[in-house]
Design a protein around this ligand. Structure first.
Ligand code: 4NP
Length: 170
């Protein structure tokens, strides 16, 4: 069985891509939080961290203003520029984290020969409180929804980093 886990070294950093629909709310938040956690732990040279969207509506845009305001309130910067997830990303990344089941299914649809299923996961597979398994789309709602997304992603990315940590070879 292939696994998304492998030895992580500075010579061969572990590559993660967080994926949602528009790449302006959920996946940029996950990316920004994960970058922050990795830096806080002094592990930035062991990771390559990116995000993308399954749709192209917002390509080139920075993170949504409510996502940014929420992250900033928690001391976190969101550096993303929206881009569309593409086939080459399936080859490039070690772990692809879908924010909801629709994103998960759209990513799988690109993997026609079923070569990469082992590296496509739901973000909330790592959440200690996974609820229905999806990070809810906050785009059409108020600030409370963005805070909820932040809390879910803060928990999930913490657990993800804890799972990867033992594979880091210094
Ligand atoms: P995201 O949120 O997938 O978390 O970036 C959305 C952003 C934009 C749209 C939907 C969801 N939209 O329909 O434009």
């Amino acid at each position: 069985m292939k696994s998304y886990l492998r030895a992580i070294t500075e010579e061969d950093p572990y590559k993660l891509c967080f994926v949602c629909l528009g790449n302006i709310c959920r996946s940029p938040t996950a990316e920004g939080i994960f970058i922050h956690k990795v830096k806080e732990s002094g592990l930035e040279s062991f990771f390559y961290i990116d995000s993308a969207g399954t749709a192209a509506y917002h390509v080139g845009e920075g993170a949504n203003s409510k996502s940014q305001a929420t992250a900033n309130k928690h001391g976190i910067h969101l550096p993303s520029r929206a881009r569309k997830f593409e086939y080459a990303d399936l080859e490039e990344f070690d772990l692809i984290l879908a924010m909801d089941r629709e994103n998960f299914s759209n990513i799988h649809d690109l993997d026609r020969r079923d070569r990469f299923a082992h590296k496509i996961k739901l973000m909330r597979d790592f959440d200690p409180i996974p609820e229905d398994g999806s990070v809810p789309d906050p785009y059409y709602g108020g600030l409370q929804g963005f805070e909820n997304v932040f809390q879910i992603l803060n928990r999930s990315t913490e657990a993800l980093l804890d799972e990867l940590r033992p594979h880091i070879e210094k």
